[in-house]
Ligand binder design. Structure first.
Ligand code: EAX
Length: 326
C-alpha cells in the first residue's frame, strides 16, 4: 500500500512539474491563407523548428494554414491588435494599412530576383518594414510569395487583348485592380479563402498567383489555361505583434528569433526557386494548357499604371527600386 501511495505521489509531483514547465512555454500562433504543403507552411515549419531547438522548447510555433483564422486582412488586423501573434502575408493587402509596400505592387517592377532580395534586405527594405511599427506590428523580414501567373477557364491568354472582359480575381490592392482594369479585364478583389469556390462555380473566370500556389491549391482542377505572365512579384511579409515581440519575448529569445528568421527567410526563398523549376511540367501533367505570352506587349500595356499611381507610391521610391536592379 505504501509503495502504491509513494508511486502516486511521485506521479502527482511529475504531473505538477510538467504543467509548471508547460506554463513557461511561449506559444506563437501564426496564420496564413494557403495550403499545408505550400512554401509559406514549409518556411514557417522550418522557422518553428529552429526556434524550438534554440530555445530548448520554450518557444512553440503553431501554424494555422488555409485561412483557418480568416483572410490576410483579418490576420494583419489580428496581429496589429494583438489577438494573433504572427502572420505571413503577401504585401499587397498591407495597402489597407500603409502606402509603403505599394512600390512592390507595380507591374513588372521586379525583374531581377537576386538584386531585389539584396535591396529588400538592405536599408531601403528596412524603411518599408518600419512603416508598420506605428500600427502595433514589427515586420521581421521579407520572404517570398513569388512571380504571379495568370490562369483562367476560358481561353489561352497570349496578348493583353485576350483578357478583354475576363473576370479575374485579384488581391485587395488598388494597383493590382488598376492594372487589370488597364489590361481590359474585369477585376474582382476577393480574399484567397473564397477563391477556389469562386473558380469552381465560375463566379470568376480566372485568377493570378505564383505557380507554387496554383499547384498546392489544386487550381488545375478548375482552371484549364495557364499563362506565364509574371506580371507582379509578390513579396511575403512576416509580421509579429509589437507588444508580444517587445514584452512577452525576452532579450535572449528575440536575439535567437532574429537569427532564425534570417535563416528561414533564405531557406524559404530557395525553396520557391527550386520548386518553380519543376512546376510548369507538373501543372501540364495535371492537365493545364500552358501559354508563353508576349511579355513585351503586357509590359507596354501597363505603363499607364505607373503614371496613375506615381503620386501615391512616390516617384523616388519607384526609381530607387528600378535602379537597384540595374
Ligand atoms: O499570400 O491572396 C493571394 O492570392 C495570395 O497570393 C495568397 O493569399 C498568399
Amino acid at each position: 500500500m505504501k509503495k502504491v501511495m509513494s508511486l502516486f505521489l511521485v506521479c502527482l509531483f511529475l504531473f505538477a512539474a510538467g504543467s509548471a514547465f508547460a506554463a513557461d512555454k511561449t506559444v506563437i500562433r501564426v496564420a496564413h491563407t494557403i495550403a499545408p504543403d505550400s512554401h509559406y507552411n514549409k518556411g514557417l515549419e522550418y522557422l518553428g523548428n529552429l526556434l524550438s531547438e534554440a530555445t530548448k522548447g520554450q518557444i512553440e510555433v503553431q501554424i494555422f494554414h488555409s485561412s483557418q483564422l480568416g483572410s490576410e486582412r483579418d490576420a494583419i488586423e489580428g496581429v496589429s491588435m494583438g489577438t494573433l501573434e504572427m502572420t505571413l502575408v503577401s504585401s499587397a493587402p498591407l495597402a489597407n494599412f500603409t502606402n509603403a509596400f505599394l512600390v512592390f505592387d507595380l507591374p513588372f517592377i521586379i525583374q531581377d530576383r537576386q538584386k531585389a532580395y539584396a535591396w529588400m534586405d538592405g536599408p531601403e527594405g528596412q524603411k518599408i518594414l518600419d512603416s508598420v511599427l506605428s500600427k502595433g506590428m514589427v515586420a521581421l523580414g521579407i520572404w517570398e510569395n513569388g512571380f504571379r501567373m495568370l490562369t483562367n477557364s476560358k481561353k489561352p491568354v497570349a496578348v493583353p487583348e485576350d483578357l478583354n472582359g475576363l473576370k479575374i480575381r485579384l488581391m485587395e490592392n488598388p494597383i493590382h485592380v488598376g492594372t487589370f482594369k488597364t489590361l481590359g479585364a474585369y477585376p474582382v478583389p476577393m480574399p484567397f479563402g473564397e477563391l477556389f469556390t469562386a473558380l469552381q462555380q465560375k463566379t470568376v473566370d480566372g485568377q493570378e498567383n505564383p505557380l507554387i500556389i496554383i499547384s498546392t491549391s489544386k487550381f488545375a482542377e478548375v482552371q484549364k489555361h495557364l499563362s506565364l505572365t509574371g506580371h507582379f512579384y509578390a513579396p511575403a511579409i512576416l509580421l509579429i505583434n509589437k507588444a508580444f515581440w517587445e514584452k512577452t519575448l525576452t532579450d535572449e529569445q528575440r536575439k535567437i528569433f532574429i537569427e532564425a528568421e534570417l535563416k528561414a527567410r533564405h531557406w524559404e526563398r530557395n525553396y520557391c526557386i527550386e520548386s518553380e523549376k519543376i512546376l510548369v511540367d507538373s501543372l501540364k501533367a495535371q492537365g493545364m494548357e500552358v501559354t508563353e505570352p508576349d511579355k513585351a506587349k503586357f509590359f507596354d500595356a501597363v505603363q499607364p499604371v505607373y503614371k496613375e499611381f506615381e503620386e501615391q507610391v512616390g516617384k523616388e521610391a519607384i526609381q530607387k527600386l528600378i535602379d537597384a536592379q540595374k
